[in-house]
Design a protein around this ligand. Sequence first.
Ligand code: ATP
Length: 353
Amino acid sequence: MSVSARNVVKQFGAFTALDNVSLDAADGEFLALLGPSGSGKTTLLRVLAGLEFPDSGSIAIAGEDMAGTGARDRRVGFVFQHYALFRHMTVADNIGFGLSVRPRASRPAAAAIAARVTELLDLVQLSHLGDRYPSQLSGGQRQRVALARALAVEPRILLLDEPFGALDAKVRKDLRRWLRDVHDRMGLTSVFVTHDQEEALDLADRVVVMNRGAIEQIDTPENVWNRPATAFVCDFLGGANRIDCTAREGGIDIGGVVLPNTAPPIADGPATGFIRPHEFRIGSADGPGLAVTLRRLQRTGAAAALETALPDGSIVEASIGDLPPGLLPGAALVLVPTTVRAYPADQSGSRSG
Ligand SMILES: Nc1ncnc2c1ncn2[C@@H]1O[C@H](COP(=O)(O)OP(=O)(O)OP(=O)(O)O)[C@@H](O)[C@H]1O
């Protein structure tokens, strides 16, 4: 089922949490809402679910306007960061809960509920744990139960709010692959909130980058990464260094190195360049580039991680594959950028969150 938001505005008192937000998730699509804390991701998810109503604008599911339809009747499954499982119920009873509390007319027979629970336990790979209580499960297992419970009522849309936020990195990674697999196999339409860019880029068909209640870009993971539409997106993704530079005759001059701009073209003048750590090489001592002082060096990964400082003290992080041996903190280096995305200096905002 498709889901869409059209010009949605949501205010809490004088504060605008959603500022004219529009998006479409196509039937079967997996969207990730990505943005810093407070950017409006959860509010948008709650508006889609019918847990909040917009002040203006509209929500449609499968093309049908949802203005008069509350959360119960939207047939959306919701999974939160903190698994809201019932502690006094077994895993199986938790999963069957949504079906067993349906009005008598639409409630399946006990045997049908049990069969559905068995099917879902199997789907979330917890068949052997149906009789346990939530306190006897690991965090990852609990989130799988929460997902099974959300799926029990056969939702048309699955909404997930940082469902793996409280889990450690390895479990998180396994679970997100597994979630994507469940999404594909069941033909769901899913909207997933995260502030973790790696998670969003890894999981989603398209990523919705949010900032201060508005959408900065909706695009494929490849495009938000390689073709960020705004300075904010560029800054938020990829841990880029922000470096003052100058736009001149179609090129970008950074410390005497002139490169083509890989962001949309800008007018000549002062600019802010974004350069990711791996987009540097080491230049010759008296050649063009950024003259920096090495502050810290870590050689444990595939590439060496360098923390360096410009003469004004601002930090530049670089990741260099073939770093010469024998470098020590305090050494003078020249970093030569190999790629730059530059935006007009006055539009480059600051990193929030
Ligand atoms: N019920 C509410 N009353 C007042 N302000 C609210 C309410 N709910 C959210 N807000 C405010 O709206 C803004 C957006 O909140 P929201 O939870 O949507 O952000 P988020 O992007 O999901 O952040 P996080 O990643 O921290 O969960 C925040 O500034 C928050 O304080």
